[in-house]
Structures are given as C-alpha cells and as structure tokens.
Design a binder for this molecule. Structure first.
Ligand SMILES: Cc1cc2nc3c(=O)[nH]c(=O)nc-3n(C[C@H](O)[C@H](O)[C@H](O)COP(=O)(O)OP(=O)(O)OC[C@H]3O[C@@H](n4cnc5c(N)ncnc54)[C@H](O)[C@@H]3O)c2cc1C
Length: 273
C-alpha cells in the first residue's frame, strides 16, 4: 500500500497541487482500512481484537502492562452471567453507596474525593449515573439482551479458536434471607423474562439440592439461571485466542510504557515502542 500521508503533506505545501490533495483525500476515504489498533488488553480489548481479526483486519493490541488483563479483568469473578445484568442505576444503590462509605467491610467503596488526574470526571460520571435512574427498566432489559448475546459470542470464540477456559455449565444460583431483597428479585426476574432470560424460582430445599454446601441453610428461597456459566478469564484471554501464554509475552523486552502486541492466528508477538 503506497504511503498516503507523505502525499497529502507534500501536496498541502504546494497550492497548485490541490487537485493531488483532493485525490489523496478521496483515496483515503474510499480505501478500506485493513489495519486496526486496539487499546487495552482486558476482556473488552481482547474480544474486540478477535472479532476484528475474524473480519480480516490486521490487529495490533496496545497495553500499558506487560501481560494482558492485569487491571479490572484481573479481579474478575469468572461469571458469564446474564442473571447479574440488572443495572445499578437506582436510588437504592445511591443510598447503599453512601452507607458503605462509612462501613469498614463495605463490599464496594466509592471515594468521594476528586480524581487527581481529572477533577470533574468522577462527579460528571455520578451525574450521568443518576440521570439514568428513570431508565432503570429499559436499560436492564437491554443489558440482559446484550449479556445473552455476549455469552453466545464468548462460546463462539472459544469454539472457533479451539481453546479451553475451564468452562463450567452449572448455572448461577441467587439465594435470599432478606424479605425485601427476595421480593425485589421477583420483580427483576420479570424484567429478565421480558429480555428472554429464563430464571427459575427455587425453594429453600431446592437450593440445597442445586448446591449441597448450602443445604439446611435458613433461606426464604432463591432464583436459579441454568443457562449461566463460569470460566477462568485468564485462560480465556490466554491460549490461542489472543495472547498465547505468559511464556510468549515474557519474551517482550521489559520497557515501559507500551508494548505493541501483534495478533497472529497462533501467537502474540510483542515489541517495545
Ligand atoms: C471484583 C470484580 C469482580 C468481577 N466479576 C465479574 C464477573 O464475575 N463477571 C463479569 O462479567 N464481570 C465481572 N466484573 C466486571 C469485569 O471484570 C469488567 O467489566 C471487565 O473486566 C472490564 O474489562 P475491560 O477490558 O473493559 O477493562 P480492563 O480489564 O480494565 O482492561 C483495560 C485495559 O486497558 C489498559 N489501559 C488502560 N489505559 C491505557 C492506556 N492509556 N494505554 C494502554 N493501555 C491502557 C489497562 O492496562 C487494561 O489492561 C468484575 C469486576 C470486579 C472489579
């Protein structure tokens, strides 16, 4: 492919070459891009890179870390679940968030102080979060549909690239001891149904049958989603699909801040910039 940028910059220096510039711009607009850069080698970047690769693009993945999935994806619980797709945009979450700020063992902690890199970002994000509270129902239905499609896509990628990510098809069980949360789960299950996800109501004794470790517990009941499954995200993004193994990536020179990782069908080749 002839370089386009030099043609454009040299034409720009000479007004008489405006027609050449227009020609180059036309070529730029009509020539399909074959090379793609993906920033971030978390689950989103890796999956995007695979999808682009499958469409015939040359894909390069950039990440600031030496290995793939070393940030949010690192801590992942491994659930490939549509039954957790209820959106969090509700006043209940806002109140919980405030309460948790004063709780030592809070399951999630929001630091109310401004971000040192971007003073306003956290507060504009909170504003956007609250602005979506009226759309709780439609957003939940859309997110569940997206989660169902995502589960299918992840399986398709694993089958296409023929790798094993320790997938366990045992469903996901939610169980409740708090009457308010149990009643809420029933409403959420109705929304899930609208989105096409089947979630079964199960009794306390059925909870013990599905998961013997929970037998005899004092539960009001639960909801079981048989189509959900679990897997190991580190195996998902490792073998054959994108990055090969840590052994391959260890060959990357230990320079920061960037590696360029080129995706080929069977391996990941890294170079420092
Ligand atoms: C404790 C916990 C448990 C979770 N459990 C589940 C679960 O069971 N199931 C589920 O589906 N989801 C779960 N999630 C959510 C899920 O992990 C995230 O939604 C997902 O990992 C986000 O992936 P990502 O690729 O978008 O982001 P990340 O994994 O954060 O990837 C972003 C990448 O971009 C790179 N990057 C950022 N900035 C730059 C830059 N300037 N230059 C170069 N590279 C850059 C980072 O190094 C990183 O590798 C969980 C999250 C947490 C925190």
């Amino acid at each position: 492919m002839p370089p386009l940028l030099p043609a454009i910059s040299s034409a720009a220096k000479r007004p008489s070459s405006l027609s050449a510039l227009a020609g180059s711009a036309r070529t730029l607009a009509t020539r399909p891009m074959r090379k793609m850069a993906v920033f971030g080698a978390g689950i989103t970047g890796v999956t995007t890179a695979r999808a682009l690769k499958a469409r015939g693009f040359d894909v390069t993945v950039f990440d600031q870390h030496r290995y793939a999935a070393m940030e949010t994806s690192f801590a992942n619980g491994g659930q490939l679940s549509a039954s957790n797709a209820e959106v969090w945009n509700s006043w209940g979450t806002v109140l919980k968030g405030i309460k948790w700020m004063f709780q030592r063992d809070a399951p999630l902690l929001m630091n109310p102080l401004p971000d040192r890199h971007d003073f306003l970002h956290k507060y504009t994000w909170m504003g956007e979060f609250m602005a979506q509270i009226p759309n709780y129902k439609s957003n939940t239905i859309d997110t569940v549909k997206l989660a169902i499609a995502a589960r299918e896509l992840l399986i398709e990628h694993a089958n296409t690239y023929n790798f094993d990510f320790n997938r366990e098809d045992r469903g996901i069980l939610h169980f409740y001891s708090d009457p308010k949360e149990y009643a809420h789960a029933e409403k959420v299950t109705e929304l899930y149904k609208e989105a096409g996800l089947e979630r079964e109501k199960v009794s306390s004794s059925e909870i013990g049958t599905i998961e013997p470790a929970l037998a005899g517990g004092d539960y009001l009941g639960g909801y079981f989603t048989p189509s959900d499954f679990t897997g190991d995200i580190h195996r998902y993004k490792s073998p054959e699909g994108l990055s090969h193994t840590h052994t391959d990536t260890q060959q990357c020179p230990p320079h920061r801040p960037y590696y360029v990782c080129a995706l080929s069908p069977h391996s990941l080749q890294c170079h420092s910039l």
